[in-house]
Design a binder for this molecule. Sequence first.
Ligand SMILES: [Zn+2]
Length: 105
Amino acid sequence: MHAAVAPLAEVCFNAIKARGYLLHPGSCWGAECRQISGTNRASNHSWGLAADLNAPTNPYTSTGEHDIPDWAYDLLRAYGWGLGADYNGKKDYMHVEWMAHHPTQ
Ligand SMILES: [Zn+2]
């Protein structure tokens, strides 16, 4: 995780865990995790500005399958994170990404 956003990510993820949604150790940061989603699309992971949360139960899918609670997504939005769950069409429910200073936006 990029040094600039890692502390904020930790605050948010600790808050989510404290409310009862556990983030498993397999949840991961950065470029090394890109294969999990099974796609080759360009991703903020390569910049260290994104994380995938509990990927096995929050897949990249159009079926709506996920177990991250709505309140957890709301918390992340409130802190300024972009969510794969907010994509149009197929959703990337595991994906959390820092949007504010993305080089291509
Ligand atoms: Zn991702």
